[in-house]
Design a protein around this ligand. Structure first.
Ligand code: DU
Ligand code: SF4
Length: 226
């Protein structure tokens, strides 16, 4: 219930002027293929199992994906790739994530973005990341069963390092643990696990393959239920 309240509050956030403008412009102009859609055009709530042991941290919603459908990783190719993997390893009840009412459920996992509004060129600024970190902090506090945070890409990794440092009131580690696929950064309150981001840039080029994704998700399960 506290998670629901938080997610009801986050969708009204207008703290980042550049992102508010962009998310709404994209929602007005739309993409031709989606002209019949009522775009969401607002911040992206978290999604998944409130008792999650695995937290999956993304970068930011895609302009015509989450920003269109209103659910994280829903309606874009990154989401197709990611949910197919989550389904293969048993963390999702289905492989498809098409729209909010498609019946998708996560089991043991919860998903959230480091920045909750779609940014131009998929690239938020450091200031926007800092603005949105309040929401992330408030949300993870409401997910007490989390045992591991899977960071999709270097931006999420950096956000998670900062989040740990805030939550534990300790300075950022020096040297900073370096992001990599399958890399674990131990620490309180939970270890971080790196995973290449399932963007087309990575999945079309073979930098991230389905077996590579499954391997990291299995690693996450092992850490989560150790
Ligand atoms: O109605 P509900 O069971 O509280 O689910 C709300 C919302 O969260 C729904 O979109 C499914 C998702 N969800 C989930 O993915 N996994 C869970 O274990 C519980 C809820
Ligand atoms: Fe608010 Fe985060 Fe969106 Fe900025 S990115 S407007 S802080 S929800």
């Amino acid at each position: 219930a506290a998670l629901d309240a938080l997610n009801e509050a986050v969708v009204d956030c207008r703290r980042c002027p550049r992102l508010v403008e962009w998310r709404e412009q994209v929602a007005r102009e739309k993409r031709a293929a989606f002209r019949d859609w009522d775009y969401w055009g607002r911040p992206m709530p978290g999604f998944g199992d409130p008792a999650a042991r695995i937290l999956i941290l993304g970068l930011a919603p895609a302009a015509h994906g989450g920003n269109r459908t209103g659910r994280i990783f829903t309606g874009d190719r990154s989401g197709d790739f990611l949910f197919a993997g989550l389904h293969r390893v048993g963390l999702a009840n289905q492989a498809e994530s098409v729209h909010k009412d498609d019946g998708l459920r996560l089991q043991g996992a919860y998903m959230v973005a480091a920045v909750r509004c779609a940014p131009p060129a998929n690239l938020p600024t450091p200031e926007e990341r800092a603005n949105c970190s309040d929401w992330l902090e408030r949300e993870v506090i409401l997910l007490p069963d989390v045992h591991v945070v899977v960071c999709l890409g270097g931006f999420a990794w950096e956000s998670a390092l900062r989040l740990r440092s805030t939550l534990t009131r300790t300075p950022m580690p020096r040297p900073k643990p370096k992001f990599g696929h399958g890399v674990v950064a131990d620490g309180e309150p939970w270890p971080l696990l790196g995973c290449f981001h399932p963007s087309q840039q990575n999945t079309f080029t073979g930098k991230l393959t389905p077996p590579m994704l499954d391997e990291v998700l299995e690693q996450a399960k092992a850490l989560a239920w150790a």
